[in-house]
Design a protein around this ligand. Sequence first.
Ligand SMILES: C[S@@+](CC[C@H](N)C(=O)[O-])C[C@H]1O[C@@H](n2cnc3c(N)ncnc32)[C@H](O)[C@@H]1O
Length: 297
Amino acid sequence: MHMEHLELEHLGFPADVIPLQYQALLLSDDRRMEAFAGAIAHTVQPGSRVLDLGCGTGVLSFFAARQGATVTAIEREPRVFATARAALRAAVGDAVTVVHADARDYLPEEPVDVVLCEMLHVGLLRERQIEVINSFKRRYLRHIGGPLPRFVPEACVQAAQPVEQDFTYFGYTVPAPVFQLPENLQPRTVEAAPPQVFQQFFYTDPLPHDCVGDLTFVAERPAVVNAVRVITKNLLSLLYEPPGSVDWTMNYLVVPMREPVEVLPGDEVRIRFDYCPGDEITVLADSLTASVPAHAH
Ligand SMILES: C[S@@+](CC[C@H](N)C(=O)[O-])C[C@H]1O[C@@H](n2cnc3c(N)ncnc32)[C@H](O)[C@@H]1O
């Protein structure tokens, strides 16, 4: 089973609960793990005080403890919490304190240097990353004061792209959302135009209340635009010398639209959608429209 083919929402779990039997999928996602290990190695110093919100099995806390940090890790799901506590004790002794709590309520008593938070889903859909970090920032500034800690991820860039997606399987057509590994060739997808950014923000800045796209693309090839591909890149750690970043691009999400439009090279195609962070994919899908304003044929 691979995350490209298996997403939790299809298995009947609320998006923000990741039961133990699915945590290994996160642990065996090498691109994700390498990116977080690299970012934490850059951001966390010996002696850093680190808070890990939604720690899951505790792997990010483990990376931080390995850097010499003192870590507090928060997890809400009871069995996952117990597993993290045992695994972290075996791996790093008492360097990590694991707390069974809701990250939306938990606040440390002392200032922290770094907050790790991976409650992410492509599109910022379904999971509670924005809500949790907003709540943390508001309460931290009120009760502990500034400056805010450094966040991992530090920033997010989201893009969208009009595509023609082949939704026909063994002769049977089902326009259902598709997840794609960014590094794979996608023979079922024709890219009508290159992606465009519709949102970018730093976690220390005010966070978005909604995710709105109103983008006009110029078609590069003939296509029946019947879906939009959503691309979410998390800038886990910004590097200054030399400049750069440790990035994690999540699996793409291809969302079918109700009314496809046909384009020829040079045609403009306008794509619009509007949803809130944490919404179900259906909210994005229901808001999604494409139009060809100056159809030449
Ligand atoms: C996507 S997983 C990531 C786990 C871990 N940080 C990792 O990188 O492997 C998000 C975790 O946050 C937990 N979680 C979700 N909402 C939470 C909340 N409000 N408070 C605490 N934990 C939460 C989930 O149960 C899940 O284990």
